[in-house]
Design a protein around this ligand. Structure first.
Ligand code: ADP
Ligand code: ADP
Ligand code: ZN
Length: 215
């Protein structure tokens, strides 16, 4: 099963991705997590990506597309993968399609987690993420069992620098301009599905499981 998660920042893509990846045993590929890991390891890619991310802007396509191609060419993606945060531009979507067509593969489902703008700010400012595995929590809606420590791996959880109110505004604008057009793109490819992302985390997951069960 080859799945793309779509939705604005804060929609719950990362949260649902962990659940889906577990349930369907497919790797969770988050470009945001890959960039953050590169930043903390101070790699060349990380240094280049950081400036864009801190401002809430997209990292340029030429730095992003090859990373994803290399990742999905790996053996563990043979039976499927779950892309979280990629593609984010029409150019990225076209590059992904071209790559898959050459391998005689295709996307089975682009799943939109639908959440209106006004719900997003609370989610983003209360978000905490694991410094090691990237798991996403919320101080109110999805707190860690032990304060400050990831449920999955025990590492410290922290606030993301780009989750400040100003940067979130910019990221939502970027989403509207550059990423939202992908909803129509995947509708035209007849693989778009959507779920109501305003419900509880478990209910959203239940809906996703139903949608994926029909594919
Ligand atoms: P969110 O949780 O808001 O969906 P991500 O963790 O997916 O955020 O991404 C954080 C930042 O990483 C983005 O604001 C952007 O700067 C960069 N980024 C992640 N994925 C991509 C991508 N596919 N193309 C360009 N930039 C990306
Ligand atoms: P994205 O990857 O789309 O940016 P996350 O999965 O990181 O989104 O979720 C953003 C924030 O909202 C996190 O703090 C997360 O715990 C919280 N969250 C995710 N799904 C829900 C939900 N259904 N209801 C309430 N809060 C949620
Ligand atoms: Zn963790």
């Amino acid at each position: 099963m080859k799945i793309i998660l779509l939705g604005p920042p804060g929609a719950g893509k990362g949260t649902q991705a962990k659940l889906i990846s577990n349930e369907f045993s497919i790797p969770h590929i988050s470009t945001g997590d890959i960039f953050r890991a590169n930043i903390s390891e101070k790699t060349e890619l990380g240094m280049k990506a950081k400036g864009y991310m801190d401002k809430g802007l997209l990292v340029p396509d030429e730095l992003t597309i090859d990373i994803v191609k290399d990742r999905i060419a790996k053996d563990d993606c043979k039976n499927g993968f779950l892309l979280d945060g990629f593609p984010r531009t029409v150019h990225q979507a076209e590059a992904l399609d071209e790559f898959l067509v050459n391998r005689k593969e295709k996307i089975d489902c682009a799943l939109l987690i639908d959440v209106p703008r006004e719900k997003i700010f609370n989610r983003m400012t209360g978000r905490r993420i694991c410094t090691k595995c990237g798991a996403s929590y919320h101080i109110k809606y999805n707190p860690t069992k032990v304060e400050g420590k990831c449920d999955l791996c025990g590492s410290p959880v922290v606030q993301r620098k780009d989750d400040s109110e100003e940067t979130v505004k910019e990221r939502l604008d970027v989403y509207d301009r550059q990423t939202e057009p992908l909803v129509v793109y995947y509708k035209n490819e007849a693989v778009l599905k959507s779920v109501d992302g305003t419900q509880d985390i478990n209910k959203v997951f239940e809906d996703i499981r139903n949608v994926l069960g029909e594919i």
